[in-house]
Design a protein around this ligand. Structure first.
Ligand SMILES: [Zn+2]
Length: 158
């Protein structure tokens, strides 16, 4: 059930992978109170064999069940990697390990998901949080009195 690509099959024609990877396989190793990963990762990937590498391009979408770090409201969001690209060399020092003609994409997906994983989820960017008085006060913008503006205008004319 891992996300594997058979390199031998690739040599004949490109491949289109589309499906879901169970959370258990993704094995993010994340124990975050604010972000829960319970739904499978959806992938939609094109795989092709280049001269001496495998090229994978496409999108990855991981639904997240979050709790806002400021107001504790529960919300869902997607970690979405739209233009994801992976270049896997088959030769040389950085060559990817090929097992029974297969390359496992899972570790690379895991790595990139973790890089993009939200550290401090917010229900909205401007979430005001729980009844936080200091946050509310900051929103009140004090306008100068009209006569002050008039004085300033006169100063500019001098
Ligand atoms: Zn919030």
């Amino acid at each position: 059930m891992m996300l594997k690509v058979n390199v031998r099959h690739l040599a004949e024609h490109g491949l289109h992978l589309r499906g879901e990877l169970p959370v258990a396989e993704l094995d993010l190793g994340i124990d975050d109170e604010l972000v829960r990963v319970e739904k499978p990762l959806a992938y939609d990937l094109a795989v092709e064999l280049l001269h001496d590498a495998v090229l994978v391009t496409g999108s990855l979408t991981l639904p997240l069940d979050c709790e806002c770090a400021r107001c504790l409201k529960k919300f869902t969001t997607n970690l979405h990697l739209a233009g994801w690209a992976l270049h896997l060399p088959l030769q040389g020092e950085d060559a990817v390990s090929v097992d029974n003609d297969c390359v496992d994409l899972t570790p690379f997906i895991r790595e990139d998901i973790l890089l993009d994983f939200p550290q401090r989820p917010l229900c909205r960017l401007d979430c005001g949080g729980l009844k936080d008085k200091t946050a509310r006060k900051a929103k009140v913008v004090e306008k100068p009195a009209p006569d002050l503006w008039a004085k300033l205008d006169k100063l500019k004319l001098k």
